[in-house]
Design a protein around this ligand. Structure first.
Ligand code: GLA
Length: 541
């Protein structure tokens, strides 16, 4: 009898233990805005209650130690860092109605190395920027940690993750034929800076309408570029990339955008995952390029990100990985502008054009602050001018004009500096709702003409005195565009000397923000420039 009681109790215990065991696989949607990302959590709960396993989602995290106490699950995990290092992250979870409600720790953990306010020149090779950590730009859709509901898909003890394969090494590529596009720096709009994961088919259509209505199209802005988070969670049975539910029909969207006299851009990665954790093009380069062409895509931004986890981080390998897509685009049968995004690492200027890149990022991600924009624009561009020219441009990242984090004066500086740099002009604001002063900055035709001057020469800093900088860009007509910049906190008088610019004699000047002729000047030009402001002039031949 005693024996029977013992057996019954033991069975009840076992049953209870089994009911509570978290062992198995849990899966669910890993995005708050679309169905493009799946999270899988594999848990193995030992007899002592300790939990190990892994989380597959935006990254691949190994759970080293987990426990459940008073119904609260804590999972300590290790996440691959950006420089081959490891970050410690903590997940928490509860079980409710048989579902695992998982609180995802914030991505990026602040500004990792290689990012800084505006990217770091000496960033480790292959360092992806912590895009997800940018305030308001978490691909999860919010600013803080997020809760995802996962259903149990198996109760079996999960198999351990396969060991990480050795990093792929490639040899330096043969030159890829130039596509002959982007004769002047590309102009358009990109969804990321303002909308991150909230971009959708509907929004892109509205933005295309706004290009026309606002006058942006007629001012030269042509590319409507969808950034990250358009991708489906899984490729189809033939390995074709799919879209998520925000983009029901990419071909129809391209047709719509084209019908407005505009072009459509898209985004992917040479790695298995994009920066926001969506499907990348690794080992599907030719196939994806053909898919883009079949949809009617005109521009591809190709973002290194998780490629650092599969490739070795050498210049040869990175160039070869970019050459793969360069070739694939060439074979796609469509003219597709090729935008390299690898944050300026590994001397991209030396090989970007060789892989048929039309533009390449020179830094980590810009943010909508004076510190970020001015650091990228003034500090991280000098020396790169030798790489820019017809069809291949340095890209100091997309514009933040109109996004609200800087003053009107600072946005004028942003526009002036980017134009002197012959930078791609990709607006990053909401064109559907542009204040007149923002529209006036983005559509200042005299400033745009400096940017688009052909054949393009990137401007250089010709003088620097503390917070005062003078930049000059030689123009095709023999004149110069000259920016007198005040990076300081108080207004100051700045002088641009002819001898610094390399001109002589008496020259006619025109102010490109005031749209006024200033008369003729000899030897120099001086202006009172507000804090963080610019006087942008054209010196005639
Ligand atoms: C990186 C890029 C950004 C943006 C995001 C999208 O951070 O540098 O411009 O494309 O990825 O995830």
């Amino acid at each position: 009898m005693k024996w029977l009681t013992f057996c019954a109790a033991a069975l009840a215990c076992l049953a209870a233990a089994h009911a509570q065991s978290l062992t198995g696989r849990w899966a669910g949607n890993g995005s708050t805005t679309d169905n493009g990302m799946e999270i899988v959590v594999a848990l193995n709960q030992g007899a002592d209650g300790r939990i190990t396993g892994y989380v597959l989602g935006r990254s691949q995290d190994t759970i080293t130690d987990g426990k459940i106490e008073d119904g609260k699950i804590t999972l300590e995990a290790e996440r691959p860092g950006r420089n081959g290092d490891t970050q410690k992250v903590t997940y928490t979870a509860v079980i409710e109605d048989g579902k695992l409600k998982l609180t995802m720790p914030m991505f990026g953990g602040g500004r990792g190395p290689g990012r800084g306010p505006a990217g770091t020149p000496g960033a480790a090779p292959g360092t992806p920027p912590a895009a997800a950590a940018a305030p308001g730009r978490s691909p999860g859709g919010g600013r803080g940690p997020q809760v995802f509901e996962l259903a149990r898909v198996s109760t079996e003890v999960p198999k351990p993750l396969p060991p990480k394969p050795a990093a792929v090494s490639l040899s330096f590529p043969a030159p890829v034929k130039s596509n002959g596009l982007a004769k002047t720096p590309p102009m358009g709009w990109n969804s990321w800076n303002k909308f991150s994961n909230r971009v959708s088919d509907q929004m892109v259509r509205e933005m295309a309408d706004a290009f026309v209505k606002s006058g942006m199209r007629d001012a030269g802005y042509i590319y409507v570029n969808i950034d990250d988070t358009w991708e489906g969670a899984h490729r189809d049975a033939h390995g074709n990339i799919t879209t998520n539910n925000k983009f029901p029909d990419m071909k129809a969207l391209a047709d719509y955008v084209h019908s407005k006299g505009l072009k459509l851009g898209i985004y992917s990665s040479p790695g298995p995952k994009t920066c926001a954790g969506y499907e990348g093009s690794y080992q599907h380069e030719e196939q994806d390029a053909k898919t883009y062409a079949s949809w009617g895509i005109d521009y591809l931004k190709y973002d290194w990100c998780s490629a650092s986890q599969v490739y070795d981080n050498t210049q040869a390998t990175m160039a070869a990985a970019y050459a793969k897509m360069g070739e694939a685009l060439e074979h796609s049968g469509r003219n597709i502008v090729y935008s390299l995004c690898q944050y300026g690492n590994l001397d991209v200027g030396e090989w970007g054009a060789r892989v048929s890149g039309n533009l390449w990022r020179t830094t980590g991600d810009i943010r909508d602050t004076w510190a970020s924009m001015s650091h990228i624009g003034f500090d991280l561009q000098p020396g790169r001018e030798k790489y820019a020219g017809t069809g291949h441009w340095n890209d100091p990242d997309m514009l933040e004009i109109g996004n609200g984090g800087m003053t009107e004066i600072e946005y004028q500086t942003h526009m002036s500096l980017w134009s002197l740099l012959a930078a791609p002009l990709l607006a990053g604001n909401d064109l559907r709702d542009m204040k007149p002063e923002v529209a006036a900055i983005l559509m200042n035709k005299e400033v745009i003409a400096i940017d688009q001057d052909s054949p393009g020469k990137q401007g250089v800093r010709v003088a620097k005195d503390g917070d005062q900088e003078v930049w000059a860009k030689p123009l095709a007509d023999g004149g110069y565009a000259v920016g007198l910049f005040n990076r300081g906190d108080a207004a100051s008088k700045i002088t641009a000397k002819w001898s610094d610019i390399g001109v002589t004699g008496t020259r006619k000047l025109r102010d490109l923000w005031k749209h006024q002729d200033l008369g003729s000047m000899s030897d120099s030009f001086s202006a009172e420039v507000p804090s963080h402001g610019v006087a942008l002039v054209k010196i005639a031949k």
